[in-house]
Design a protein around this ligand. Structure first.
Ligand SMILES: NC(=O)c1ccc[n+]([C@@H]2O[C@H](COP(=O)([O-])OP(=O)(O)OC[C@H]3O[C@@H](n4cnc5c(N)ncnc54)[C@H](O)[C@@H]3O)[C@@H](O)[C@H]2O)c1
Ligand SMILES: [Zn+2]
Ligand SMILES: [Zn+2]
Length: 394
């Protein structure tokens, strides 16, 4: 089959790889009909290279049709239309039962001290072949496949794999009080959904992003948008009685614009041999903390900062004095996808499309154009906000 493979820093290619098959009686194989590129894939593309091996199949936002099931799989059958959560979780361990599927004890990657294995996401998360491919093996398929309806187009369901539950968790963790204000930093796909979910749940939502077309998209859903920079922090504070928003979701993560020194560290790490770069990534402050620092500065005293954006370094300097003095609450983590998919199903199937799933994808391209798509998404060219790859198109 054809699959998108990581080949080196800023280099992916579409290769012929062996078809996946059933390896465990709890596995299923799906034929992929839509598979999106995520901001998290850009971390593999640029920063997390030391944890990748040339040829790794990437991608973790797929959906498709079940074509094969292992002997112990009973909840799905061949022919079912399904979405695949990016966490690989068992559904019955102590963590899964507590709604912490991203910490699943059955699939934790102990070699690296990581939480649950993820599809297509580096050695840190189990080096499991990912979903930007024609076919995908899904472990723990009884729990790891979410059955969906047959009527609506793929885009209505696809984002249940990652960014919709991620945004939902980010906003839930932000814990905005009734009638309060939520600020969203970053209006990529995750930030777009955070902002819309904030509005849907009754908050006033303000947001910052340096890219004009991303601000325009958020603005047409009712978000008050601001460009990146000092003035925006001041303007948002003024617009919130001088106090600042009640909560801030950071939907940017470790590759924020505006952190030049850490940007250099990222580039240096990506050029070093893996034996040197791996410990450097794990033990040094490689994160670009611009967005996180903005969140801490912006939020009102006693407010909550919720990190949806991914951070990866170990010794990144943090303004603890300010955090302590402002009495902040900080929540974060990979999304526990299966904790939220059931309640989100009603929203994605609502004919009124309250979260605007039909207004996010800017590019639908054949899988074969993945290299161009990655470059375009990373460089934010051609108005690109979200790309869906189609393995059936040529
Ligand atoms: N926690 C999870 O489970 C989870 C799941 C999916 C994605 N993520 C993470 O969420 C983040 C966003 O993902 P995405 O798909 O929306 O990616 P993206 O790269 O398209 O979005 C990031 C946005 O942040 C903006 N930005 C950059 N620096 C900024 C700054 N200093 N201030 C304000 N905005 C800034 C960019 O212009 C861009 O629009 C990534 O870090 C990704 O890894 C986390
Ligand atoms: Zn993702
Ligand atoms: Zn589990």
């Amino acid at each position: 089959m054809k699959a998108v493979t990581w080949q080196g820093t800023r280099k992916v290619s579409v290769e012929d790889v062996p078809d996946p098959g059933i390896q465990q009686p709890t596995d299923a194989v799906i034929e992929v009909t839509s598979t999106a590129i995520c901001g998290s894939d850009l971390h593999l593309y640029e920063v997390l290279g030391p944890f990748m091996t040339a040829g790794d199949v990437i991608g973790h936002e797929p959906m498709g049709i079940v074509v094969e099931t292992g002997s112990q799989v009973t909840h799905v059958q061949v022919g079912d239309r399904v979405v695949v959560p990016f966490n690989i979780s068992c559904g019955h361990c102590a963590m899964c039962t507590a709604g912490l599927q991203s910490q699943c004890e059955t699939t934790q990657v102990t070699e690296y001290g990581s939480g649950a294995a993820l599809l297509g996401y580096s050695k840190l998360y189990g080096q499991v072949p990912g979903g930007q491919a024609q076919f995908l093996r899904v472990p723990h398929a009884d729990y790891g496949l979410v059955k969906v309806g047959t009527e609506l187009p793929d885009d209505r369901y696809l984002f249940l794999s990652d960014i919709l539950p991620t945004a939902w968790q980010g906003v839930k963790y932000a814990d905005v009080p009734a009638g309060g204000t939520l600020a969203v930093l970053g209006l990529g796909p995750v930030g777009q959904f955070c902002a819309r979910i904030g509005l849907h749940l009754g908050a006033r939502v303000v947001a910052i992003d340096p890219v004009a077309e991303r601000r325009a998209m958020a603005s047409r859903h009712g978000v008050e948008v601001f460009d990146m920079g000092e003035d925006s922090v001041e303007a948002i504070r003024e617009a919130t009685s001088g106090r600042g928003p009640d909560a801030v979701v950071d939907a940017v993560g470790m590759e924020a614009h505006g952190s030049p020194v850490a940007g250099l560290a990222h580039r240096a790490a990506s050029l070093l041999p893996d034996v040197v770069a791996k410990p450097m990534m794990q033990h040094a402050g490689v994160d670009r903390l611009q967005a996180l620092h903005t969140a801490i500065e912006l939020v009102r005293r006693g407010g909550t900062v919720s990190l949806s954006g991914v951070y990866g370094g170990a010794a990144s300097p943090m303004p603890l004095l300010t955090m302590f003095d402002k009495q902040l609450q900080l929540r974060m983590g990979q999304c526990n996808v299966r904790a939220w998919t059931d309640q989100l199903m009603d929203l994605v199937e609502d004919p009124a499309d309250p979260l605007g799933t039909a207004d996010l994808v800017t590019h639908r391209l054949p899988l074969s154009q993945a290299p161009e798509a990655y470059e375009m998404f990373q460089k934010k060219q051609d108005g690109c906000i979200k790309v869906v790859l189609d393995p059936k198109a040529s």
